[in-house]
Each structure stands twice: as C-alpha cells, then as structure tokens.
Design a protein around this ligand. Structure first.
Ligand SMILES: [Zn+2]
Length: 69
C-alpha cells in the first residue's frame, strides 16, 4: 500500500510498522537523552537498514506530524 496523504487510513501492515517505529523512538530517545520526533524520523529514513514500510511511515509522519499520537 502506498501512503498518499494524511486522510488515507493505514493498512494493518503499516499500523504494525507504525507501532514499531514509535517503540524504536522510545528506545532511541532514552539512549540519546533528547531527540525530537522529527530528528528521529529523519535519521530513520537515512538508515540503509530501514525497511520500505518503516521508511514510508517515517516520511508520512515527517509530512504529517499531527499523526504522531
Ligand atoms: Zn500498507
């Protein structure tokens, strides 16, 4: 599934990845001390080992920060 815009609901695969991305943020922010969600998402996108779904979620959340809840 391609994420088109903020009004598009995520499919279950993307929701699973969304939750994993948020779990990863919790780990990273604890390790770094302070890390904004935007900086975290940009680093995630830049990592070569980030999967396609996680990359799509990260780019989606960079464009739609209000969806980070
Ligand atoms: Zn999907």
């Amino acid at each position: 599934m391609k994420i088109v815009d903020a009004t598009t609901d995520l499919c279950s695969n993307h929701w699973d990845v969304y939750r994993k991305v948020k779990d990863t943020y919790s780990l990273w922010s604890a390790a770094y001390g302070s890390l904004t969600t935007e900086d975290f998402l940009k680093q995630l996108v830049a990592l070569p080992e980030t999967g396609v779904h996680a990359r799509e979620i990260a780019e989606f959340l960079i464009r739609n920060p209000e969806r980070w809840k």
